[in-house]
Design a protein around this ligand. Sequence first.
Ligand code: HEM
Ligand SMILES: *[C@@H]1O[C@H](CO)[C@@H](O)[C@H](O)[C@H]1NC(C)=O
Ligand SMILES: *[C@@H]1O[C@H](CO)[C@@H](O)[C@H](O)[C@H]1NC(C)=O
Ligand SMILES: *[C@@H]1O[C@H](CO)[C@@H](O)[C@H](O)[C@H]1NC(C)=O
Ligand SMILES: *[C@@H]1O[C@H](CO)[C@@H](O)[C@H](O)[C@H]1NC(C)=O
Ligand SMILES: *[C@@H]1O[C@H](CO)[C@@H](O)[C@H](O)[C@H]1NC(C)=O
Ligand SMILES: *[C@@H]1O[C@H](CO)[C@@H](O)[C@H](O)[C@H]1NC(C)=O
Ligand SMILES: *[C@@H]1O[C@H](CO)[C@@H](O)[C@H](O)[C@H]1NC(C)=O
Ligand SMILES: *[C@@H]1O[C@H](CO)[C@@H](O)[C@H](O)[C@H]1NC(C)=O
Length: 330
Amino acid sequence: MNKSFRWSCYYFLLLNMFLLHLTVRSQLTTDFYKSSCPNLTKIVRKEVIKAIMNEQRMAASLIRLHFHDCFVNGCDGSILLDGGDDFEKSAFPNINSVRGFDVIDTIKSSVESACSGVVSCADLVAIAARDSVLLSGGPSWSVLLGRRDGTISNGSLANVALPSPFDPLDTIVSKFTNAGLNLTDVVSLSGAHTIGRARCALFSNRLFNFSGTGSPDSTLDTTMLTDLQNLCPQTADGNTTAVLDRNSSDLFDNHYYKNLLNGKGLLSSDQILFSTDEANSTSKPIVQSYIDNSTLFFGDFVKSMIKMGNINPKTGSDGEIRKSCRVINS
Ligand code: HEM
Ligand SMILES: *[C@@H]1O[C@H](CO)[C@@H](O)[C@H](O)[C@H]1NC(C)=O
Ligand SMILES: *[C@@H]1O[C@H](CO)[C@@H](O)[C@H](O)[C@H]1NC(C)=O
Ligand SMILES: *[C@@H]1O[C@H](CO)[C@@H](O)[C@H](O)[C@H]1NC(C)=O
Ligand SMILES: *[C@@H]1O[C@H](CO)[C@@H](O)[C@H](O)[C@H]1NC(C)=O
Ligand SMILES: *[C@@H]1O[C@H](CO)[C@@H](O)[C@H](O)[C@H]1NC(C)=O
Ligand SMILES: *[C@@H]1O[C@H](CO)[C@@H](O)[C@H](O)[C@H]1NC(C)=O
Ligand SMILES: *[C@@H]1O[C@H](CO)[C@@H](O)[C@H](O)[C@H]1NC(C)=O
Ligand SMILES: *[C@@H]1O[C@H](CO)[C@@H](O)[C@H](O)[C@H]1NC(C)=O
């Protein structure tokens, strides 16, 4: 071996170690708080159990909170910030809709008493979402941690980045693609609608005059249609809620997909995963595979939740560890 070759090997090795160091620093890990807050997951679990015992629906609300946080500037707790009309909380998909802020405050104060100034609000939301899935009968996983909290809340971005129940399938898929997720993730994560509720205003477009046809959405099961027409009369304010999964509204299972097979998806954005021409060659085979195999659904759901939790995390010296989840540190 000649000398210059040995030297170049050495530099190559150094460069690799440097690059490895960079990537490791910018990645989330499951044991991020192992020494700085060893009891973290126990503390969060205890608070999530209390919250769900107080109100079962809170499990659903906490899962959705993580989703709506991650899709707007990454999972950085920006949805938790209180502020004006241009903050995420006031954006159309969130206002009078996203819930669980008080529960996150309670979790934060319990965690702060055990390990002050160490754990980000963004990570608390991610752990609470995992616990909510598990406590509703769904799968569990090790949550990647080490996210830091953002200092910007962008309401106008929330309006364009979050999917609407009135969006066609290609729009929903492109909103997921913009976040680094794909069609499989759209279908698996939509399975979160196996628990929780939605307001009439978000599906009443299907009940009387669908897309200007003068008739209800023909893909909606007729018994379910009658029930929903009675629940959501055209004269009402649209704030009444219906369960997303009529079969087992509090249980995290694959019945959401079985509902789609039977025309019992609640939102238009649910049923289009199965009942449109576009779905035939895209989402429908994935829905069918989750109907046939709930183990496959659980495994894919976990993979997609980890992927979603990894959207644009702030690490290193980016962002901050907020003292209160509702305000940035001064
Ligand atoms: C695919 C596009 C999606 C659309 C269009 C959508 C839309 C909606 C809408 C309109 C509601 C009812 C909101 C209200 O009544 O104010 C809702 C509720 C919910 N969403 Fe989604 N969603 C989508 C994906 C997801 C994902 C990816 C998750 C989580 C992984 C999720 C979890 C939930 C949960 C758990 C609820 C019930 C919340 C509660 O009861 O508080 N959704 N969704
Ligand atoms: C963790 O909790 C245990 C009791 O569950 C307690 O004995 C221990 O002191 C706690 N550790 C820290 C670092 O707070
Ligand atoms: C908020 O998002 C909008 C839409 O993507 C963008 O034009 C704007 O620059 C963002 N504002 C801030 C403060 O980041
Ligand atoms: C989506 O991404 C996952 C990996 O994250 C991959 O296994 C899956 O095949 C992809 N699905 C599609 C439809 O591209
Ligand atoms: C349904 O909506 C369309 C377009 O908005 C409207 O022209 C039509 O009159 C409506 N039909 C009924 C029966 O209300
Ligand atoms: C629906 O509820 C929200 C608050 O929960 C309220 O601000 C709004 O006025 C209600 N809508 C109607 C039409 O009453
Ligand atoms: C849910 O579906 C199962 C069959 O898959 C059925 O036996 C059960 O009665 C259904 N429960 C409700 C509340 O619809
Ligand atoms: C999609 O599948 C449905 C039901 O199998 C069928 O009636 C329809 O013609 C299909 N559409 C296309 C474009 O293949
Ligand atoms: C269901 O999916 C799991 C996970 O992918 C797989 O291991 C199993 O073989 C599947 N079961 C059947 C009956 O296909």
